[in-house]
Design a protein around this ligand. Structure first.
Ligand code: ADP
Length: 317
């Protein structure tokens, strides 16, 4: 009953695999250099450490039969002491498994051994836009056009699938080898059952929390739009719009919609940010309207960016 994969397939109304193999090569597990999927016997080599999240350690993992490199999210079962923690990972896998788009981190599958759950994801070797912004402080408007356009295309796809991400932030926007944006971490994502239905539960605290989420009016697709507004602002200005030294002060600024807009930002960028940071969720554009916004045709939009942009500004012709 504690078996993660069993729970997952139960929820998907599939027949559970009664004979799920439990025999493990203990030597390999203890050394943790090699990882074996006990069901398929596929062997993976655990490589470079990529990052650490709430429950997971993320490492490069190479499938030794194909030599394909994944980002493997490794969760220690011993850390999942409360049922809502397992629930969160189940939901993450369930939601992520439905999604396939060029701007979403691709989900390749998951397996478990006695001690760990492994989630195989598309490897994004250039880290996240949080890393880029930390190095660069601010980005050029051309880059922002490039990144936000890809973010919006990814979010349009998930919204059309009936999924809200609920925790869009720079750290969840990963970069592929060739600098494409890949939205990751579906740990807080939720599947909307009906159009107009609003999730009232808040499990975990989104980074760029929208006013309607703070006031417990519920969480719809508009909260993702709010977060995109915060991300775009942070890229152009160098810090998030409602950032202060205390959480209470930040929350009060969010509720009062109190933020400053520097005038060195172009008018089309300012206008789009204003539209996304409207207090009333219904006043914000939906994701498809954003794609049609003037900002995206008001100046040069690169089709690709060189990896040097991770640490220094690009020189466009
Ligand atoms: P959690 O859901 O536990 O918070 P995250 O998904 O945020 O874990 O992952 C933690 C860190 O691991 C990220 O900040 C990032 O640096 C790294 N990471 C996650 N997914 C990938 C990936 N697909 N490719 C490369 N690095 C990743």
């Amino acid at each position: 009953e504690t078996n993660f994969i069993c729970k997952l397939s139960h929820r998907q109304n599939q027949k559970t695999n009664q004979g799920m193999e439990k025999k493990l090569n203990n030597n390999n597990i203890e050394l943790s250099e090699y990882i074996v999927d006990p069901r398929t016997k596929t062997t993976y080599l655990k490589g470079k450490f990529l990052g650490k999240g709430g429950f997971a350690h993320v490492h490069e993992i190479t499938d030794l039969t194909t030599n394909k490199i994944y980002a493997g999210k490794i969760v220690q079962k011993a850390n999942l002491t409360k049922s809502h923690q397992t629930e969160k990972i189940l939901r993450e896998v369930e939601v992520h498994n439905l999604l396939e788009h060029k701007n979403i981190v691709r989900f390749y599958g998951c397996f478990e051994d006695e001690k760990h759950i492994y989630i195989l994801l598309e490897n994004c070797p250039r880290k996240s836009l949080a890393h880029v912004l930390k190095k660069r402080k601010v980005l050029t408007e051309q880059e922002v056009r490039y990144y936000i356009h890809q973010l919006v295309e990814g979010v349009e796809y998930i919204h059309n699938c009936g999924v809200i991400h609920r925790d869009l932030k720079l750290g969840n926007l990963l970069l592929s080898e060739n600098m494409e944006v890949k939205i990751g971490d579906f740990g807080l994502a939720s599947h909307i059952v009906k159009e107009g239905y609003r999730k009232r539960s808040v499990c975990g605290t989104p980074n760029y929390i929208a006013p309607e989420v703070l006031s417990m009016e519920g969480h719809g697709k508009e909260a993702d739009i709010w977060a995109i507004g915060c991300i775009m602002y942070a890229m152009l200005v160098g810090h998030p719009p409602f950032e202060t030294t205390t959480l209470n002060e930040t929350y009060s600024r969010i509720s009062n919609n109190s933020y400053c807009m520097p005038m060195n930002i172009s008018e089309s960028a300012r206008t789009l940010i204003f539209r996304m940071l409207k207090s009333r969720p219904a006043d914000r554009p939906d994701i498809t309207e954003i794609l049609q916004d003037e900002f995206f045709c008001s100046g040069f939009m690169p089709t690709t960016l060189p990896p040097s942009c991770c640490s220094s500004p690009p020189k466009f012709p």
